[in-house]
Design a protein. Sequence first.
Length: 91
Amino acid sequence: MRATRQLSITLPQEMAVAVRQRVESGDYASDSEVVREGLRALAERERAVEHWLRTDVVSAYEKLRADPSRARTIAQVREKLRHTREAIEQE
């Protein structure tokens, strides 16, 4: 059984140009290599999001369920973000 499978894909013009430019620059040997690298990056991003959801988000949710007083309103979150932004801008 072959380890690869040929596909025919259609890309928006700007993506097709970007693929071609990467090949012409010598960074990749073929259009297929560019697409494979993009799919690897997508898979890695999906793994990272899944990990974040399973660790940070679930942990925060469980802490909130254990102690609902930790909850903040949208207004409180916006105020905190405003103060943080102001502090960064003053640096």
